[in-house]
Ligand binder design. Structure first.
Ligand code: NAD
Length: 484
């Protein structure tokens, strides 16, 4: 049986305590994950601290950047190993993982290596009271030991989105991958050793959140900062842990994103775009749209067209040709999503399509499948319109005016992303200015230039990642003032 071990100080570490890692497609046990206790978390943090003060801390930026390029190259050399590990853990279609998860996971090391090499700091010359002058310049120094706590929906991509810039800036990390997806973080340990990243720079501790590795790590007094992607409620718990010692946090949290389709949109493109934003990765994308507002004149035709698209999605295992929809991550998550499917009906929804479990044969019958689902007819107060479900489902409601739809989109505690479909340039810019989100896509969705700011407004997060914005979190900006 495969063992998923912790990676501490450059070595793979077993513990006495294991839990099974299950495949979402058929619930088979993929291997045993070794849960880190306080002792392993202490060892990982101590190793990260030692590396910071040792070889890694002394490495020049040029050498560090070269090493990160080597990490990216080695991930690409072992592309298939990463791909197989990711699709086994998540069940997502191979076409998705091979185009997004793994290549972007590797690219995250190169993008931030380039940024740290090329981005200047500020400099100011001043006149001093004695008539002389002084020069000020900014110096970016590493923040220290960073705790990286990750979710399961895009395991390698979202983890390296943090580890890439953290290491580029000269920090060391202790990663706590999701208990659902331990594989690629563990595999990355092999890559680090192979390319000669010093022991302690990259550590992995496995386990759960409360009373397990997640909590031990985020409460650890020798961790300098915490970067976290996951649910808003977990963010609140971690923020409490970070308060002790006034540690810096970077949070990418939940969402209940609105899609907005105006009647002047390119209809086919809008339908294709919302098909992706509602159902990609089986709806398990933080940026996904679980509520869509369509202008009344095209409402009925839009609902009919999205129904055709949803019903055409092929549900199945990762490697099968043409598969567009994989399973949900776990039995627990499937139960949660099906609970919302039931609730929608109880609250009076019209089920346009889906609402249940697809018939799967053989071993696949044990997997965590659900049907892509479309509802209409619910009030804005309905649970499935208000709460993040994180499944392949969407409620579609009509609207009449621009003002009305902006108010509808903003009537949520969350503020992560919006996708707006219109051919009217003025309207596109007006709406983009008024929606309360971190990311506003116009006639597109999930189109990412890694140099741009990524993050959420309101309860969807704290801070921005991407490009130079990541440097704001992963470095201390020191001002050096030189009296001339
Ligand atoms: P989660 O919050 O349940 O878990 C995320 C991680 O936090 C896991 O590694 C978990 O073990 C750990 N954790 C849980 N409780 C903890 C605690 N008390 N202390 C320390 N660590 C703890 O989230 P999830 O179910 O893995 O992911 C889905 C959620 O992530 C959704 O809400 C989704 O919107 C959000 N998400 C947001 C973004 C974004 O960029 N904003 C991206 C992806 C996912």
């Amino acid at each position: 049986m495969k063992q998923f071990l912790n990676f501490i100080h450059g070595e793979f570490v077993a513990t006495g305590k294991t839990f099974p890692n299950r495949a979402p497609v058929d619930n088979r046990v993929l291997g045993l994950v070794h849960e880190a206790g306080r002792a392993e978390v202490d060892a990982a943090v101590a190793s990260a601290r030692a590396a910071l003060k040792g070889d890694w801390g002394r490495l020049s930026v040029v050498k560090r950047v070269d090493m990160l390029y080597a990490v990216a190259d080695e991930i690409n050399r072992r592309f298939d190993d990463f791909l197989q590990a990711e699709i086994a853990d998540t069940g997502k279609p191979l076409s998705l993982a091979s185009h997004i998860d793994i290549p972007r996971g590797a690219a995250n090391f190169k993008v931030f290596a380039d940024i740290i090499k090329n981005v200047p700091t500020e400099s100011f010359e001043m006149v001093t009271p004695d008539g002389g002058s002084a020069i000020n310049y900014g110096l970016r120094t590493p923040l220290g030991v960073i705790a990286v706590v990750c979710p399961w929906n895009l395991p390698l991509l979202l983890m390296t989105w943090k580890v890439g810039p953290a290491l580029a800036c000269g920090n060391t990390v202790v990663v706590k991958p999701s208990e659902e997806t331990p594989a690629t973080a563990t595999l990355l340990g092999e890559v680090m050793n192979r390319v000669g990243v010093p022991p302690g720079v990259y550590n992995v501790v496995h386990g759960f959140g409360p009373a397990s590795a997640g909590e031990f790590l985020t409460r650890h007094p020798d961790v300098d900062a915490i970067t976290f992607t996951g649910e808003t409620g977990t963010g609140e718990a971690i923020m409490g842990a970070a308060a002790k010692g006034v540690r810096k946090v970077s949070f990418e949290l939940g969402g209940k994103n609105a899609g907005i389709v105006f009647d002047d949109a390119d209809f086919d493109q809008a339908v294709a775009g919302i098909t992706r934003s509602a159902f990609e990765n089986c709806g398990q994308v933080c940026l996904g749209t679980e509520r869509v507002y369509v202008q009344r004149g095209v409402f009925d035709t839009f609902v009919a067209a999205l129904k055709i698209k949803a019903e055409a999605l092929k549900v199945g295992p990762s490697e099968q040709a043409g598969v567009g929809l994989g399973p949900l991550i776990s039995a627990e998550h499937r139960d949660k999503v099906l609970g919302y499917y039931r609730k929608a009906v109880e609250e009076g929804a019209t089920v346009v399509t889906g609402g249940g479990v697809p018939a799967m044969s053989g071993a696949l019958a044990e997997g965590h499948w659900v049907q892509p689902t479309i509802w209409t007819g619910l009030p804005e107060s309905a649970a499935v319109v208000r709460e993040e479900i994180f499944g392949p489902c969407v409620h579609i409601a009509p609207f009449d005016t621009e003002e009305e739809v902006i108010a509808l989109a903003n009537a949520t505690d969350y503020g992560l992303a919006t996708t707006v479909w219109t051919q009217n340039l003025g309207r596109a810019h007006r709406v983009a200015r008024q929606v309360e989100v971190g990311i506003c896509w116009i006639n597109s969705w999930f189109l990412r230039d890694l140099r741009t700011a990524f993050g959420g407004a309101k309860a969807s997060g704290i801070g921005r990642e991407g490009g130079v914005h990541s440097l704001e979190f992963y470095t201390e900006l020191r001002n050096v003032c030189v009296k001339l």
